[in-house]
Design a protein around this ligand. Structure first.
Ligand code: S3P
Length: 428
């Protein structure tokens, strides 16, 4: 699908985001292994969290999808059934990596596969700890999907120090720890999003975090919950950037997740002069939720490196767009993880920026984009990557010389099926 984006001088109005993708995955998986029926309100409309639900259904869990909510009839950690066929994770790295932790403790074998993009993403990072815990896992070339997990009821608790700053790896090991006797801990190199820790606590697990180490106790049954999924801050990022870059904008985003392990985005925008306010913060299911107000404002640009890179990793494509129009440009370092996302996001960001007449220098683990540049309307591509498609639709709003065409725009539906309609709704 091609979407044409006309430039826009002004943006205004109020919007809601789909339920957070990260939180929806965790609720899908944990409610399925809890005892009883969970109700998940504002569950993400994105294809990725529905891949997690689909896999749980293939493992014998009944799921009822209603308007804006999902009911999951949990079967308990020991109630999952061996799947009849292979489990389809679609485009979703979160599904394959986090679900593997659950499957490692099951007394059956299961194979998880995904689409072409997922088939190129590394799984060794989760295979290593799960193998040390006693699961046998096969993968293509030792790392690529499809992966086959030969689970065991005799999974051994462990203390794992992960070399990769990855919430998916951390979550995988903690979820595996639920099936073990004794305590399993994960120590990470820098702090990553803590939605799994919060969700585990909500579902009744014994879990604690001290410094960079999180420990979960095995053997305790989880209990069903009624939970609300906050709006997706990573989806909000596209509208925050669009409004900041616009000639005249005032936009409100209601009920957005503002978990402190995700709000580096807001800190970075505000630190560079962006007028973004977080209003009316409240708590829901252990997660913080607030309304965001954003106005057009000049942005200084800046440097994203070290721990901040991990905290902002999903927002870097759209921040690259903002960086090009900023005063001083944007430098990103320590971001080799971008190379193994849904696409090689250093390459796909650079390709689209260049098509739009923007200069960028790339490195193995980052890039530099000089500031004060002007976007030229062009034909760009999502390359099948939701965040690339949405980031360059935002670039189209400020491009000169006509409409920008986004090819393969349907990729947005992985996290945000309503993205283009929402964008149209705030054109003043
Ligand atoms: C996610 C963690 C991040 C992020 C992804 C979602 C999660 O991946 O990029 O979109 O929900 O835990 P990594 O754990 O690979 O860094």
């Amino acid at each position: 699908m091609q979407v044409r984006i006309a430039p826009s001088k002004a943006l205004g109005g109020a919007i809601r985001l789909p339920g957070d993708k990260s939180i929806s995955h965790r609720y899908a998986i944990l409610s399925a292994i809890a005892e009883g029926t969970s109700t998940l309100k504002n569950f993400s409309s994105g294809a990725d969290p529905h891949s997690s639900l689909g896999c749980m259904q293939s493992l014998g869990v009944e799921v009822e999808k209603g308007e804006g909510e999902v009911k999951v009839h949990g079967r308990g950690l020991r109630g999952l059934r061996a799947p009849e066929g292979q489990l389809d994770a679609g485009n979703s790295g979160s599904t394959i990596r986090m679900l593997s932790g659950i499957l490692a403790g099951q007394p059956f074998s299961s194979t998880i596969f995904g689409d072409e993009s997922l088939s190129r993403r590394p799984m060794k990072r989760i295979m290593t700890p799960l193998q040390q815990m006693g699961a046998r896992i096969d993968a293509v070339d030792g790392t690529y999907p499809p992966i086959t997990i030969h689970g065991t009821r005799d999974l051994q608790a462990m203390d794992y120090h992960t070399p990769v700053a990855s919430a998916q790896v951390k979550s995988c090991v903690l979820f595996a720890g639920l099936s073990c006797n004794g305590e399993t801990s994960v120590t990470e190199p820098v702090r990553t999003r803590d939605h799994s820790e919060i969700a585990l606590r909500e579902f009744g697990a014994d879990i604690r975090t001290e410094g960079l180490t999180t420990t979960v106790a095995g053997g305790k049954e989880l209990q069903a919950r009624e939970l609300y999924v906050p709006g997706d801050l990573s989806g909000a990022a596209f509208f925050l950037v669009a409004a900041l870059m616009s000639g005249d904008a005032s936009v409100i985003l209601y009920d957005v997740g503002v978990n402190p392990s995700r709000t580096a985005l807001i800190d970075f925008l505000v630190g560079g002069g962006g007028q973004v306010k977080v209003l009316d913060v409240r708590s829901s299911g252990g997660e913080l939720v607030g309304d965001l107000q954003v106005r057009n404002s000049p942005f200084q640009g800046g440097v994203i490196e070290k721990g901040m890179t991990a905290a902002l990793i999903d927002e870097i494509p759209v921040l690259a767009v903002l960086g090009a129009t900023s005063e001083n440009g944007l430098t990103v370092r320590d971001a080799s993880e971008l190379r193994v996302k849904e696409t090689d996001r250093i390459a796909t960001v650079a390709e689209n920026l260049r098509r739009m007449g923007i200069e960028i220098e790339t490195a193995a683990d980052g890039f530099h984009i000089p500031g004060k540049q002007t976007f030229r309307a062009a034909e760009v591509d999502s390359f099948g990557d939701h965040r690339i498609g949405m980031a360059f639709a935002v670039a189209g709003l400020v491009a000169q010389g006509g409409e920008t065409i986004v090819n393969e725009a349907e990729a947005a539906s992985v996290s945000f099926p309503e993205f283009f309609a929402t964008l149209e709704s705030i054109r003043a």
